[in-house]
Write a protein that binds this ligand. Structure first.
Ligand code: NAG
Ligand code: NAG
Ligand code: NAG
Ligand code: NAG
Ligand code: NAG
Length: 738
């Protein structure tokens, strides 16, 4: 990422290059660097620096500009009133995108290049069950409110990964509901929940409890660790150096002198734990070193050439002016951090590369807008886009806000990626996709569909439908060799649940992830839309019929007439023995409810369900005769999006447009005007409901469903563990192409 410019490269050589490029590039005309200072102390040091550089004939020379704060410097640089300033990672994060700055020279400390320190989560070794995935309801110790190691990184990380739900963007409230009690010095704000300060102890006189300074004995990194060491809290968020500095005799104070570092462990992002010395591999985020930032059109090499010449003359060993020392000016870390050992040229001059993905993710978790300006909805087909545009217009005509904006995504996977990167805000996904969205993209449920009009009806039942027949009344135990109809590959009711069930029952045996082959050997023929891929046996597509022209056979989507719930049921009616659908599918397509020629004369009483106990039941007995309860489709969003705002908008919308007989034109839960089914929402949706307490994908999916989907991930016992994660990945990738 960064390298030291070769020592042999002289300033004059750089200028020679610049003269050539200079005709076309104003950046090279940098004769003077206007350095930005944020205080009188910095201004004093800067003026000394300017004189020292002048006397050493360092070019480009510098001059000094004063500003009110680091962010003010950023604005001055953007306005071309200043040229350079050294920023910490958080300020740079706030400034980089909006003001188009790039990092050109990094400060290097005792760490490796690019790193200031690592933020770690420390626990007592004796509390063996704690991992990063089960912090809820623990007691927590923090360095301070709004501080990097104790708040911004860990809380941002927990929000960004969906581990900590945030309602209405109220982060202090979310933290107070996540940890039972905490000590977060500085969180004694009147509007903050009081348990954020509950573990704090104040000074020796028990005063100044929760103060934002050293009067609170649990303040800062050492204090937060003390809070853990005294067993007040279960977990502490601190710098990687904090435990070594306070254990094994390194801190003589009473509370620390007998502590042994081997009694503590770190929690890693992957759910494992590690010894406190393993912080390089096991941390929440690497905090980037401070970096000198400039406008995109400034020649970074010229800035480096000045600083590099300066560090050779005025570095650590200098007798006169010292660039990395602030003591002479009665200050600390003036212009540069005093702990800087060296300046390094930054090679990849993008803020993303410099800040690093862990740090970026953490900070983006904290970005919370109480109400988004617009709600960008991810649409995945032309029909969806048309319906979405009508919805946006209908909502807008009724002054519902925020306005909806319709954006095209290529696939559920694409929508998830764009929501994760905050380019899109919301998409409706089925349970299988919710699993992927939560596990791999950190998205959270914001609202859900209800098909029954009650709030706990946020689920449907996966059923196996067969034709009623007195001479061939086969049961679930006799499915082998039958012809099967599926809604689609990796779909919940059509694939994950039935195949997971048949694996659990021992009917389908598979190993090494060859699930397609195993299914093709179990059924004699099938239609599994989406299985038209090279590594799937052709019998999985054998029953499929494609579109009206006979094209697009076995594709996933409306072009295959046997795809989706209605398609799978039609497949049963026309060619199959069993259809894996949901409990409402039969009713939606029989007794006159579907007027298409193939369905118009069908009667629900001609169908039955296969029960897990080997019986058959009538189609209205789905509550007792099903393969699994399935959580309903949910609107998934980035964890920093206000789920209250999303639900409120949809709720106000459905009051006007939810009912199919509404007089307002648009119908939220009817796709017939757009030539499709289940566009944006399932057509069987009765209304949109809030997710309530189920604010993570795991809460939403529930234990039973999670078990079923995990079985399908081919993580079976027969698979060597090294392969299983690869298998998981392959299957997840397949599920992306729904
Ligand atoms: C951790 O261990 C301590 C005793 O060693 C115990 O009091 C505490 O309840 C444990 N905490 C958790 C979360 O297991
Ligand atoms: C800490 O802040 C409190 C006010 O919150 C103040 O009373 C106290 O003197 C401060 N202590 C130190 C050491 O600065
Ligand atoms: C810390 O504990 C370990 C094992 O319990 C022991 O081997 C080691 O000597 C202890 N270190 C100190 C400094 O007491
Ligand atoms: C610089 O870093 C960014 C973000 O990490 C990356 O996308 C880009 O490819 C990198 N460029 C080079 C030239 O390495
Ligand atoms: C959807 O709307 C169309 C036309 O307005 C209507 O004929 C149809 O019955 C509706 N579908 C459902 C499932 O209500």
């Amino acid at each position: 990422m960064v390298f030291n410019v070769e020592r042999t490269m002289q300033g004059s050589a750089l200028w020679a290059v610049c003269i050539l490029v200079g005709i076309f590039n104003l950046a090279c005309a940098l004769k003077e660097i206007r350095w930005c200072s944020t205080s009188n102390l910095e201004m004093n040091k800067c003026n000394h620096m300017k004189e020292a550089f002048e006397s050493a004939k360092i070019h480009p020379s510098i001059s000094c500009v004063i500003a009110a704060s680091a962010l003010d410097c950023v604005k001055k640089i953007a306005n071309k009133e200043a040229d350079a300033v050294s920023l910490d990672g958080e300020t740079f994060y706030q400034a980089a995108e909006q003001h188009k700055l790039k990092p050109v020279v990094g400060e290097k400390y005792d760490q490796e290049v690019g790193t200031l320190y690592y933020v770690v989560a420390v626990v007592r070794k004796s509390n063996t069950s704690i991992t990063i995935n089960n912090l809820k309801m623990l007691k927590s110790c923090h360095t301070g409110y709004d501080r990097t190691a104790g708040w911004n990184v860990p809380i941002g990380y927990l929000i960004n990964t969906g581990k900590m739900p945030v309602k209405g963007c109220n982060i202090p409230q979310a933290v107070s509901e996540f940890f039972t009690q905490s000590c977060i010095p500085g969180a004694q704000h009147v509007n903050f929940p009081s348990n954020l300060c509950q573990l704090c102890i104040g000074d020796e006189q028990n005063e100044n409890k929760c103060a934002d300074n050293a009067s609170e004995r649990y303040f800062n990194d050492n204090g937060a660790f003390r809070c853990l060491a005294e067993q007040t809290g279960d977990i502490a968020f601190v710098k990687h150096s904090t435990v070594p500095e306070n254990t094994d005799g390194n801190n003589p104070m009473t509370w620390a002198k007998d502590l042994n570092s081997s009694d503590y462990q770190l929690l890693c992002r992957d759910g494992s734990r590690a010894e406190v010395t393993d912080w390089k591999a096991c941390h929440l985020a690497r905090v980037p070193a401070h970096a000198v930032v400039v406008r995109l059109d400034t020649d970074g090499t010229a800035v480096f050439s000045t600083l590099d010449a300066a560090q050779k003359k005025f570095g650590i060993t200098s007798a006169g002016f010292k660039v990395f020392d602030s003591a002479l000016y009665d200050g600390k870390d003036l212009l540069f951090k005093d702990s800087t050992k060296e300046f390094v040229l930054i090679k990849n001059q993008t803020y993303q590369a410099w800040l690093g993905s862990e740090f970026l993710q953490s900070l983006s978790g904290l970005e919370c807008y109480s109400m988004p300006n617009v709600l960008r909805w991810c649409t995945q087909s032309r029909g969806e886009l048309l319906k979405c545009s009508d919805m946006a217009e209908a909502f807008n005509n009724k002054n519902l806000s925020p306005p909806i904006q319709c954006v095209s995504g290529d696939s559920p996977n694409d929508c998830m990626t764009k929501i994760k990167s905050k380019d899109i805000d919301a998409v409706t996904l089925d349970a299988g996709q919710i699993y992927t969205a939560g596990k791999l993209y950190g998205l959270v449920p914001a609202a859900a569909e209800s098909y029954t009009n009650d709030n706990d009806g946020a689920s449907y039942y996966a059923v196996a439908v067969v034709k009623k027949s007195s001479h061939n009344a086969f049961t679930i135990d006799q499915l082998k060799g039958k012809k099967s109809c599926h809604t689609g590959l990796s779909r919940t009711a059509g694939w994950n649940i039935p195949i997971g069930t048949l694996i659990e029952r021992g009917d389908i045996k598979f190993n090494k992830c060859n699930i397609g082959k195993a299914v093709s050997e179990f059924f004699s023929a099938s239609c599994v839309p989406g299985a038209n891929q090279p590594d799937y046996p052709s019998s999985l597509c054998q029953l499929c019929i494609g579109n009206a022209k006979g094209k697009s056979k076995c594709v996933f989507g409306a072009d295959e007439r046997y795809s989706g719930y209605t398609g799978a049921f039609r497949c049963l009616e026309e060619v199959g023995d069993v259809a894996f659908v949901k409990h409402t599918t039969v009713f939606a397509n029989t007794d006159g409810n579907n007027q298409e020629p193939w369905a118009v004369n069908l009667k629900s009483s001609d169908y039955q369900l296969l029960c897990l106990n080997g019986a058959r039941a009538e189609v209205n007995q789905w509550k007792d005769c099903n393969l699994a309860v399935v959580p309903s489709h949910a609107v998934m969003v980035h964890p920093s999006t206000s789920i209250t705002a999303v639900f409120d908008l949809l709720d106000r919308g459905q009051e006007l447009f939810g009912n199919d007989t509404n007089p307002n034109g648009f119908k939220m839960f009817n796709s017939s005007a757009y030539g499709g089914n289940d566009l944006l929402f399932k057509d069987s949706t009765v209304r949109i409901i809030p997710v309530g307490e189920k604010t993570t994908y795991e809460d939403w999916l529930g234990k039973r469903y999670l078990e079923a989907i995990k079985r399908i991930e081919c993580s079976g016992a027969m698979i060597p563990s090294t392969r299983s994660s690869l298998c998981l990945l392959i299957l997840m990738l397949h599920s992306f192409f729904l």
